[in-house]
Design a binder for this molecule. Structure first.
Ligand code: NBP
Length: 486
């Protein structure tokens, strides 16, 4: 019998099952397989019941036999060793030109390595970000594929049919670039998600602690915010969370322990930003904010000892200050995305990818956790100028920040006065002020480095690339250090 499978999907947990159902809805015949094989029949008899074009395989051999050539096999398994193990199990059954796709949250260096490995054996490989959680996988995720360019035509139709669509119908899936580019963009997406979530949390904390607002009142504020420039999935779910009541009628959110978990993609983004020398301060600060939150017992103890401002009461118009917070959130968010795109630009340079920044904004426009109206503006900015060096320099974003700036400063100052921590609002503002400074105090820093380590410095009155060393104390020698690393 001729094989009918368009694609096999291995990994029948929440993401895998929902992606299979979604692909099947779009008319594709999907072969389902899982390490624990009993889950195949459980799936066929439960969520996939009655669907004749979802086929179950009970071994890798059977799965491969069910697939049309060139075969496309997608892994939706736990990132890490499980992916390498499955690749090794699959290879003996595949032919040159067949394609393995990893749709999990793999770290991009692993994807670079795996692409090289599989291409060296004549196979094709794709590492793709899939964002949107369970609901996204079922109804349409944002899909960010990278890897072997020859693999893209094999999966383009099925991926674009399965993906979310923007409000004007464009698929939230486009080819990102070679080897690890797709997973890099997904990692950056997750990092930005950390920043967006922390910004919303700081807005909530300011309204709650600073203005004494109730969950119900904040629900109304987030409902309003979601109708304007901040219209986004994360604002929308925050609105709904604030309205959600526990069994006793009290807001559930206030009963949740204030210690945040993390799975590591925010950390990966921050580590990569340090490796590449890119100041992605919002994401790093958001990761640290989660770390501080995890120090619950220490914080509870410290709260009894360390005192803050005496009068922790806001004076002024609360309505106006809520609008100031909205503007501070918007301005900080612009800085965060500017930093995220700076990071991807530098990564593209480092790893030799040709990234299409407008297409990335488009992919994030729907389906994923950071989806928002705002990303439409980012796409417009890169469509207008594909070589835009920094989003902050785009006319639209420059003017929004101009409008929001006074409120942004007021929010940070007020938070400082009230003793309410706003690490991400304030790091965003500090970055903005640094980025717009023609001169920073690094002249003094270079002097210090030259003083203690003979690290040399460049001069404002000499051409770049000429290095000088001064014998600052009169006792050191004139020999300089061989390394000049800023
Ligand atoms: P999980 O990340 O919980 O992984 C479950 C799957 O991995 C099962 O099929 C399991 O097989 C398989 N697996 C494990 Br665990 N260890 C294995 C091993 N050593 N060898 C082979 N298979 C192994 O599932 P998920 O939450 O659906 O996520 C799948 C991927 O998608 C992950 O990389 C995740 O990071 C990513 N992702 C998840 C979300 C989300 O919202 N959950 C969103 C976006 C991306 P078994 O049944 O035999 O144990």
């Amino acid at each position: 019998m001729e094989p009918t499978g368009d694609l096999a999907l291995i990994g029948l947990a929440v993401m895998g099952q929902n992606l299979i159902l979604n692909m099947n809805d779009k008319g594709y015949t999907v072969v389902a397989y899982n390490r624990t094989v009993s889950k195949v029949d459980e799936f066929l008899n439960d969520a996939a019941k009655g669907r004749k074009t979802i086929l179950g395989a009970h071994s890798i051999e059977e799965m491969v036999r069910m697939l049309k050539k060139p075969r496309k096999i997608m892994l939706m398994v736990k990132a890490g060793k499980a992916v390498d193990d499955f690749i090794e199990l699959l290879l003996p059954h595949l032919e040159s030109g067949d394609c393995i796709i990893d749709g999990g949250n793999s770290h991009f260096p692993d994807t670079i390595r795996r692409t090289k490995y599989l291409e060296s054996k004549g196979f094709l490989y794709i590492g793709t970000g899939v964002s949107g959680g369970e609901e996204g996988a079922r109804r349409g995720p944002s899909i960010m594929p990278g890897g072997s360019p020859k693999a893209w035509p094999l999966v383009k139709d099925i991926f674009q049919a399965t993906s979310a669509k923007t409000p004007d119908g464009a698929p939230c899936c486009e080819w990102v670039g070679e080897n690890g580019a797709g997973h890099y963009v997904k990692m950056t997406h997750n990092g930005i998600e950390y920043g967006d979530m922390q910004l919303i949390c700081e807005a909530y904390q300011l309204m709650k602690e600073g203005l004494g607002m109730t969950a119900g009142q904040m629900h109304t504020v987030f409902s309003e915010w979601n109708k304007g420039e901040l219209d986004s999935y994360l604002i929308e779910i925050t609105r709904d969370i604030l309205a959600f009541k526990d069994a006793d009628g009290q807001p559930l959110v206030e009963k949740i322990l204030d210690t945040a978990g993390q799975k590591g993609t925010g950390k990966w983004t921050s580590v990569s930003s340090l490796d590449l020398g890119m100041p992605v301060t919002l994401i790093a600060e958001a990761v640290y904010a989660r770390c501080v939150s995890a120090m619950k017992e220490e914080r509870v103890n410290a709260s009894k000892i360390l005192k803050g401002p005496k009068a922790k009461e806001f004076k002024g118009s609360k309505t106006e200050f809520v609008e100031d917070i909205r503007q501070a959130l918007l301005a900080s968010k612009i800085v965060s995305y500017a930093q995220g795109f700076m990071l991807m630009r530098e990564a593209a340079r480092e790893y030799g990818w040709k990234l299409n920044y407008g297409a990335i904004a488009l992919m994030w426009r729907g389906g994923c956790i950071i989806r928002s109206a705002f990303l439409g503006k980012i796409k417009e900015a890169f469509d207008t100028n594909p070589d835009l060096s920094n989003l902050l320099l785009d006319k639209y974003f420059e003017s929004v920040i101009g409008t929001c700036q006074a409120s942004w400063r007021k929010v940070v100052m007020t938070a400082v006065e009230l003793g309410v921590p706003v690490p991400v609002f304030s790091t965003a503002l500090a970055f903005f002020d640094s980025y717009r400074s023609a001169r920073l105090p690094a002249n003094l820093l270079q002097a210090q480095r030259d003083y203690f380590g003979a690290h040399t410095y460049e001069r404002v009155d000499k051409p770049r690339g000429q290095f000088f060393h001064t014998n600052w104390t009169g006792t050191g020698g004139s020999v300089s250090s061989s390394t000049y690393t800023a």
